[in-house]
Write a protein of this length. Sequence first.
Length: 288
Amino acid sequence: LFSKYVAKRIDLCVWWAGETPATLLTNAAPIVSWFKMVPIPGGVFTMGTDDPGVPQDGEGPARKVHVKAFHMDKYEVSNTEFQRFVRATNHVTEAERFGDSFVFEGLLSEKVKSGITQVAEAPWWLPVKGASWRHPEGPDSNITNRMDHPVLHISWNNAVSYCTWAGKRLPTEAEWEYACRGGLDNRLFPWGNKLLPKDQHYMNIWQGHFPYHNTAEDGYDSTAPVTAYPPNGYGLHNMVGNAWEWTADWWNIHHTVDEVENPVSIFFSPWFAFQCLMHSAEKLSPAF
């Protein structure tokens, strides 16, 4: 399944269960409250799969993982929340600093596309000058009517800065997958094995002939509001679909079958990578 934006956004921020909101918020932004977080109980789950759709994504093998309890934001970080951070800190994102970012070509106007040369290694994505969180599809776009949508064009460094300001942190890949599953184990989706239970849409993804025509049967032809669709079993919204997500640790294709506790991937190359929604991954610098 396909998440539409190469532009990244901040993953859901987390607290360890032992770190109380009152303690963490002592030096954090006063406008960021913890009431929009939900407790995720510690436990053991099956991480990954023995039947990956794309083996090079490094989703195998299936292995038992222990995760400590923590709290997690129930919604993706919205444009409204990120705007508060920027106004409070004067933060400049790396997309703004570099002057461009990649955008799915199907979302661009013909005027913007006419002046762009496609990068061979990035089919369907175009480097757009002026694309940033304020202008997701380039300078002729804005977020005026999308303040409740997830913030896009956010690098790993930007995500860490936001979470630090909010008195939180990014989840590890193991924490993210555990939370995403919503208490279910060995299921294809956070709600079970059917893509459309009772013919209802539970996530925002591409429908139709990719990459030429999105039928938008889920109600949205680009991103959806962070509150859209029913939550999973833990009360988390949009854990699949909508936008790609950052995690705290490094993406790695090499995993042990041994049972582990609170795993964190370590440095293995000169490049960062990010783990995307629906377990698609790509090797990129954290500045992109």
